[in-house]
Design a protein around this ligand. Sequence first.
Ligand code: ADP
Ligand code: MG
Ligand code: MG
Length: 302
Amino acid sequence: MDTYITMTAYGRDAETALTEAADKLAALEQLWSVTDPNSDIYAVNHGEGHPIRVSEETSELVSFALQMAEETNGALEPTIYPVLSAWGFTTEEHRVPSETEIAELLGNVGYERVRLEGDTVQLDNGMMLDLGAIGKGYAGDLVAQVVQENGSTSALLNFGGNIQAIGTKPDGSRWRLGLRDPFTGGTLGVLEISNMAVVTSGNYERYFIGEDGKQYGHIIDPATGYPAESGLVSVTIVAGEGRLCDALSTSLFVMGLDKAAEYWKQHPDFEMILITEDGEIDLTEGIADAFTLDSYHSNMRV
Ligand code: ADP
Ligand code: MG
Ligand code: MG
Protein backbone atom coordinates (compact mmCIF):
# COMPACT_ATOMS: atom_id res chain seq x y z
CA MET A 1 0.00 0.00 0.00
CA ASP A 2 3.02 2.20 -0.42
CA THR A 3 3.09 3.36 3.17
CA TYR A 4 4.39 2.62 6.66
CA ILE A 5 2.19 0.43 8.80
CA THR A 6 2.39 0.12 12.57
CA MET A 7 0.19 -2.25 14.53
CA THR A 8 0.13 -2.50 18.33
CA ALA A 9 -2.02 -4.94 20.28
CA TYR A 10 -2.31 -5.77 23.98
CA GLY A 11 -3.44 -8.87 25.80
CA ARG A 12 -2.48 -12.52 26.09
CA ASP A 13 -3.11 -13.34 22.42
CA ALA A 14 -1.74 -10.11 21.02
CA GLU A 15 1.16 -11.71 19.22
CA THR A 16 -0.99 -14.21 17.34
CA ALA A 17 -3.48 -11.47 16.57
CA LEU A 18 -0.81 -9.32 14.96
CA THR A 19 0.71 -12.20 12.99
CA GLU A 20 -2.73 -12.97 11.56
CA ALA A 21 -3.29 -9.28 10.93
CA ALA A 22 -0.06 -8.97 8.95
CA ASP A 23 -1.04 -12.01 6.86
CA LYS A 24 -4.44 -10.52 6.12
CA LEU A 25 -2.85 -7.24 5.10
CA ALA A 26 -0.44 -8.94 2.73
CA ALA A 27 -3.32 -10.86 1.16
CA LEU A 28 -5.35 -7.69 0.62
CA GLU A 29 -2.37 -5.88 -0.85
CA GLN A 30 -2.02 -8.72 -3.33
CA LEU A 31 -5.66 -8.36 -4.37
CA TRP A 32 -5.80 -4.58 -4.66
CA SER A 33 -2.43 -3.48 -5.97
CA VAL A 34 -2.76 -1.41 -9.17
CA THR A 35 0.71 -2.45 -10.34
CA ASP A 36 0.93 -6.17 -9.47
CA PRO A 37 -0.08 -8.14 -12.61
CA ASN A 38 -1.55 -10.85 -10.36
CA SER A 39 -3.95 -8.57 -8.51
CA ASP A 40 -7.72 -8.40 -8.99
CA ILE A 41 -7.59 -4.68 -9.72
CA TYR A 42 -4.85 -5.13 -12.32
CA ALA A 43 -6.90 -7.84 -14.04
CA VAL A 44 -9.98 -5.62 -14.10
CA ASN A 45 -7.97 -2.64 -15.40
CA HIS A 46 -6.51 -4.74 -18.18
CA GLY A 47 -9.71 -6.64 -18.95
CA GLU A 48 -10.19 -4.84 -22.29
CA GLY A 49 -13.91 -4.51 -21.83
CA HIS A 50 -14.52 -8.06 -20.59
CA PRO A 51 -16.12 -9.00 -17.27
CA ILE A 52 -13.42 -10.14 -14.83
CA ARG A 53 -14.04 -12.49 -11.92
CA VAL A 54 -12.70 -11.14 -8.61
CA SER A 55 -12.53 -12.28 -4.98
CA GLU A 56 -15.32 -11.54 -2.54
CA GLU A 57 -13.21 -8.90 -0.76
CA THR A 58 -12.63 -7.09 -4.04
CA SER A 59 -16.25 -7.14 -5.16
CA GLU A 60 -17.25 -5.76 -1.76
CA LEU A 61 -14.59 -3.05 -2.00
CA VAL A 62 -15.78 -2.06 -5.48
CA SER A 63 -19.39 -2.14 -4.35
CA PHE A 64 -18.58 0.19 -1.44
CA ALA A 65 -16.62 2.51 -3.74
CA LEU A 66 -19.54 2.78 -6.17
CA GLN A 67 -22.00 3.37 -3.35
CA MET A 68 -19.86 6.20 -1.92
CA ALA A 69 -19.30 7.68 -5.38
CA GLU A 70 -23.05 7.94 -5.78
CA GLU A 71 -23.57 9.19 -2.23
CA THR A 72 -21.00 11.98 -2.72
CA ASN A 73 -22.33 12.91 -6.15
CA GLY A 74 -19.10 11.82 -7.80
CA ALA A 75 -16.69 13.73 -5.54
CA LEU A 76 -15.30 10.28 -4.81
CA GLU A 77 -14.50 8.92 -8.25
CA PRO A 78 -12.99 5.43 -8.20
CA THR A 79 -12.23 5.56 -11.93
CA ILE A 80 -10.08 8.71 -11.76
CA TYR A 81 -6.90 6.72 -12.53
CA PRO A 82 -6.34 7.86 -16.16
CA VAL A 83 -6.39 11.51 -15.07
CA LEU A 84 -4.26 10.88 -11.99
CA SER A 85 -1.77 9.12 -14.20
CA ALA A 86 -1.58 12.05 -16.67
CA TRP A 87 -0.57 14.28 -13.75
CA GLY A 88 2.19 11.78 -12.98
CA PHE A 89 0.92 10.89 -9.51
CA THR A 90 1.11 7.17 -10.31
CA THR A 91 4.78 7.24 -11.34
CA GLU A 92 6.08 10.34 -9.49
CA GLU A 93 7.02 11.83 -12.89
CA HIS A 94 4.89 14.87 -12.37
CA ARG A 95 3.68 17.16 -15.14
CA VAL A 96 0.83 19.55 -15.88
CA PRO A 97 -1.26 18.02 -18.68
CA SER A 98 -2.86 20.26 -21.30
CA GLU A 99 -6.53 21.16 -21.07
CA THR A 100 -7.32 19.09 -24.16
CA GLU A 101 -5.53 16.07 -22.73
CA ILE A 102 -7.50 16.34 -19.48
CA ALA A 103 -10.80 16.77 -21.32
CA GLU A 104 -10.04 13.70 -23.41
CA LEU A 105 -9.06 11.58 -20.41
CA LEU A 106 -12.18 12.60 -18.50
CA GLY A 107 -14.05 10.71 -21.22
CA ASN A 108 -12.66 7.53 -19.66
CA VAL A 109 -13.78 8.49 -16.15
CA GLY A 110 -17.22 7.67 -14.76
CA TYR A 111 -18.18 5.36 -11.90
CA GLU A 112 -21.68 4.96 -13.41
CA ARG A 113 -20.09 2.89 -16.18
CA VAL A 114 -18.47 0.34 -13.85
CA ARG A 115 -20.51 -2.85 -14.09
CA LEU A 116 -20.39 -4.94 -10.93
CA GLU A 117 -22.45 -8.11 -11.16
CA GLY A 118 -21.99 -10.71 -8.44
CA ASP A 119 -18.29 -11.50 -8.46
CA THR A 120 -17.43 -9.93 -11.80
CA VAL A 121 -16.32 -6.38 -12.58
CA GLN A 122 -16.40 -4.97 -16.08
CA LEU A 123 -14.99 -1.67 -17.32
CA ASP A 124 -15.24 -0.02 -20.71
CA ASN A 125 -12.01 -0.21 -22.65
CA GLY A 126 -9.71 2.62 -21.50
CA MET A 127 -11.26 2.93 -18.03
CA MET A 128 -9.26 2.10 -14.91
CA LEU A 129 -10.06 1.68 -11.24
CA ASP A 130 -8.01 3.42 -8.56
CA LEU A 131 -9.08 2.50 -5.07
CA GLY A 132 -6.29 4.48 -3.44
CA ALA A 133 -8.78 6.76 -1.74
CA ILE A 134 -10.50 3.97 0.18
CA GLY A 135 -8.23 0.93 0.12
CA LYS A 136 -6.30 1.65 3.32
CA GLY A 137 -9.44 2.45 5.28
CA TYR A 138 -11.21 -0.63 3.97
CA ALA A 139 -8.20 -2.82 4.72
CA GLY A 140 -8.12 -1.29 8.20
CA ASP A 141 -11.64 -2.53 8.91
CA LEU A 142 -10.86 -6.06 7.72
CA VAL A 143 -7.58 -6.22 9.64
CA ALA A 144 -9.22 -4.82 12.80
CA GLN A 145 -11.75 -7.63 12.51
CA VAL A 146 -8.96 -10.20 12.37
CA VAL A 147 -7.28 -8.67 15.44
CA GLN A 148 -10.55 -8.85 17.39
CA GLU A 149 -11.36 -12.38 16.23
CA ASN A 150 -7.99 -13.37 17.62
CA GLY A 151 -8.93 -12.14 21.04
CA SER A 152 -7.34 -8.72 21.33
CA THR A 153 -9.69 -6.09 22.75
CA SER A 154 -7.10 -3.33 22.89
CA ALA A 155 -5.14 -2.40 19.78
CA LEU A 156 -4.07 0.54 17.64
CA LEU A 157 -3.52 0.07 13.91
CA ASN A 158 -1.87 2.83 11.90
CA PHE A 159 -1.89 2.47 8.11
CA GLY A 160 0.08 5.48 6.99
CA GLY A 161 -1.99 7.82 9.12
CA ASN A 162 -5.25 5.92 8.74
CA ILE A 163 -5.97 4.95 12.34
CA GLN A 164 -8.10 2.10 13.65
CA ALA A 165 -8.47 2.19 17.42
CA ILE A 166 -9.81 -1.03 18.88
CA GLY A 167 -11.26 -0.68 22.39
CA THR A 168 -9.35 1.54 24.78
CA LYS A 169 -5.79 1.55 26.04
CA PRO A 170 -5.14 -1.37 28.41
CA ASP A 171 -5.66 0.95 31.42
CA GLY A 172 -9.14 1.82 30.17
CA SER A 173 -8.34 5.36 29.08
CA ARG A 174 -8.96 6.59 25.55
CA TRP A 175 -6.31 6.47 22.84
CA ARG A 176 -4.61 9.84 22.32
CA LEU A 177 -3.86 10.73 18.71
CA GLY A 178 -1.91 13.74 17.53
CA LEU A 179 -3.55 15.71 14.75
CA ARG A 180 -1.03 16.97 12.21
CA ASP A 181 -0.62 20.71 11.66
CA PRO A 182 -0.73 20.98 7.84
CA PHE A 183 1.21 24.27 7.93
CA THR A 184 4.22 23.22 10.00
CA GLY A 185 4.14 19.43 9.99
CA GLY A 186 4.07 19.54 13.79
CA THR A 187 1.15 18.63 16.01
CA LEU A 188 -1.96 20.75 16.08
CA GLY A 189 -3.81 19.11 18.91
CA VAL A 190 -4.87 15.84 20.47
CA LEU A 191 -7.87 13.70 19.70
CA GLU A 192 -9.00 11.23 22.38
CA ILE A 193 -11.00 8.29 21.09
CA SER A 194 -11.94 4.68 21.71
CA ASN A 195 -13.31 2.12 19.28
CA MET A 196 -13.18 4.45 16.31
CA ALA A 197 -11.39 4.96 13.04
CA VAL A 198 -9.71 8.27 12.18
CA VAL A 199 -8.51 9.19 8.69
CA THR A 200 -7.00 12.43 7.39
CA SER A 201 -6.66 13.59 3.79
CA GLY A 202 -4.72 16.65 2.79
CA ASN A 203 -2.72 18.12 -0.05
CA TYR A 204 0.32 19.01 2.04
CA GLU A 205 2.09 15.66 1.80
CA ARG A 206 1.71 14.42 -1.76
CA TYR A 207 1.99 17.31 -4.22
CA PHE A 208 4.40 18.81 -6.73
CA ILE A 209 5.31 22.33 -7.80
CA GLY A 210 4.74 22.96 -11.51
CA GLU A 211 6.99 25.03 -13.78
CA ASP A 212 4.43 27.76 -13.27
CA GLY A 213 5.34 27.75 -9.56
CA LYS A 214 1.90 26.47 -8.59
CA GLN A 215 1.38 23.65 -6.11
CA TYR A 216 -0.57 20.65 -7.40
CA GLY A 217 -1.97 18.11 -4.93
CA HIS A 218 -2.85 14.45 -5.48
CA ILE A 219 -6.57 14.73 -4.78
CA ILE A 220 -8.33 15.40 -8.09
CA ASP A 221 -11.64 17.17 -8.51
CA PRO A 222 -13.40 14.77 -10.90
CA ALA A 223 -15.57 17.63 -12.18
CA THR A 224 -12.54 19.41 -13.67
CA GLY A 225 -9.73 16.84 -13.84
CA TYR A 226 -7.50 19.31 -11.94
CA PRO A 227 -6.22 18.95 -8.38
CA ALA A 228 -8.97 20.00 -5.98
CA GLU A 229 -8.69 23.59 -4.79
CA SER A 230 -11.54 23.78 -2.37
CA GLY A 231 -9.98 26.08 0.20
CA LEU A 232 -9.29 23.16 2.56
CA VAL A 233 -5.83 21.91 3.49
CA SER A 234 -6.86 19.00 5.65
CA VAL A 235 -9.94 16.88 6.33
CA THR A 236 -10.06 14.45 9.27
CA ILE A 237 -12.98 12.06 9.57
CA VAL A 238 -13.87 10.11 12.71
CA ALA A 239 -16.37 7.24 12.46
CA GLY A 240 -16.97 3.65 13.42
CA GLU A 241 -15.65 2.30 10.14
CA GLY A 242 -12.33 3.05 8.46
CA ARG A 243 -13.83 2.61 5.00
CA LEU A 244 -16.30 5.41 5.59
CA CYS A 245 -13.57 7.64 7.06
CA ASP A 246 -11.28 7.08 4.09
CA ALA A 247 -13.98 7.61 1.46
CA LEU A 248 -15.19 10.80 3.12
CA SER A 249 -11.76 12.27 3.90
CA THR A 250 -11.01 12.30 0.19
CA SER A 251 -14.42 13.33 -1.12
CA LEU A 252 -15.15 16.05 1.45
CA PHE A 253 -11.71 17.48 0.64
CA VAL A 254 -12.92 17.82 -2.95
CA MET A 255 -16.23 19.38 -1.83
CA GLY A 256 -14.81 22.11 0.41
CA LEU A 257 -16.11 23.52 3.69
CA ASP A 258 -19.68 24.49 2.82
CA LYS A 259 -20.60 21.37 0.88
CA ALA A 260 -18.88 19.17 3.47
CA ALA A 261 -20.93 20.78 6.24
CA GLU A 262 -24.07 20.23 4.17
CA TYR A 263 -23.11 16.58 3.61
CA TRP A 264 -22.59 16.08 7.34
CA LYS A 265 -26.03 17.48 8.13
CA GLN A 266 -27.56 14.92 5.81
CA HIS A 267 -25.33 12.01 6.92
CA PRO A 268 -24.76 12.40 10.65
CA ASP A 269 -22.96 9.06 11.03
CA PHE A 270 -19.50 10.64 11.28
CA GLU A 271 -17.64 13.57 12.82
CA MET A 272 -15.04 15.75 11.14
CA ILE A 273 -12.28 18.31 11.64
CA LEU A 274 -11.66 20.57 8.67
CA ILE A 275 -8.74 22.98 8.35
CA THR A 276 -8.96 25.80 5.83
CA GLU A 277 -6.17 27.49 3.89
CA ASP A 278 -6.41 30.55 6.09
CA GLY A 279 -5.94 28.57 9.28
CA GLU A 280 -9.49 28.15 10.49
CA ILE A 281 -10.39 24.88 12.24
CA ASP A 282 -13.98 23.75 11.87
CA LEU A 283 -15.21 20.73 13.78
CA THR A 284 -18.54 19.02 14.29
CA GLU A 285 -20.32 19.03 17.65
CA GLY A 286 -19.90 15.35 18.36
CA ILE A 287 -16.12 15.61 18.45
CA ALA A 288 -15.64 18.96 20.16
CA ASP A 289 -15.10 17.39 23.60
CA ALA A 290 -12.62 14.84 22.27
CA PHE A 291 -10.33 17.39 20.63
CA THR A 292 -7.87 19.66 22.45
CA LEU A 293 -5.94 22.27 20.53
CA ASP A 294 -2.31 22.65 21.62
CA SER A 295 -1.99 25.89 23.58
CA TYR A 296 0.62 27.43 21.27
CA HIS A 297 -1.95 27.32 18.45
CA SER A 298 -4.24 29.69 20.27
CA ASN A 299 -3.89 32.04 17.29
CA MET A 300 -6.01 29.67 15.22
CA ARG A 301 -9.74 30.16 15.07
CA VAL A 302 -11.72 27.09 16.08
P1 ADP B 1 -3.89 8.96 0.93
O1 ADP B 1 -3.13 8.95 -0.34
O2 ADP B 1 -3.16 9.58 2.06
O3 ADP B 1 -4.53 7.67 1.25
P2 ADP B 1 -6.56 9.74 0.22
O4 ADP B 1 -7.24 8.71 1.01
O5 ADP B 1 -7.21 11.08 0.23
O6 ADP B 1 -5.08 10.00 0.67
O7 ADP B 1 -6.48 9.19 -1.24
C1 ADP B 1 -5.90 9.95 -2.27
C2 ADP B 1 -5.68 9.04 -3.45
O8 ADP B 1 -6.94 8.70 -4.04
C3 ADP B 1 -4.90 9.70 -4.56
O9 ADP B 1 -3.53 9.49 -4.42
C4 ADP B 1 -5.45 8.98 -5.78
O10 ADP B 1 -4.87 7.70 -5.90
C5 ADP B 1 -6.89 8.80 -5.44
N1 ADP B 1 -7.77 9.93 -5.81
C6 ADP B 1 -7.45 11.22 -6.08
N2 ADP B 1 -8.55 11.97 -6.28
C7 ADP B 1 -9.61 11.13 -6.12
C8 ADP B 1 -11.03 11.29 -6.18
N3 ADP B 1 -11.61 12.47 -6.44
N4 ADP B 1 -11.79 10.19 -5.96
C9 ADP B 1 -11.23 9.00 -5.69
N5 ADP B 1 -9.92 8.78 -5.62
C10 ADP B 1 -9.11 9.83 -5.82
MG1 MG C 1 -6.40 7.19 2.09
MG1 MG D 1 -9.36 8.65 1.52
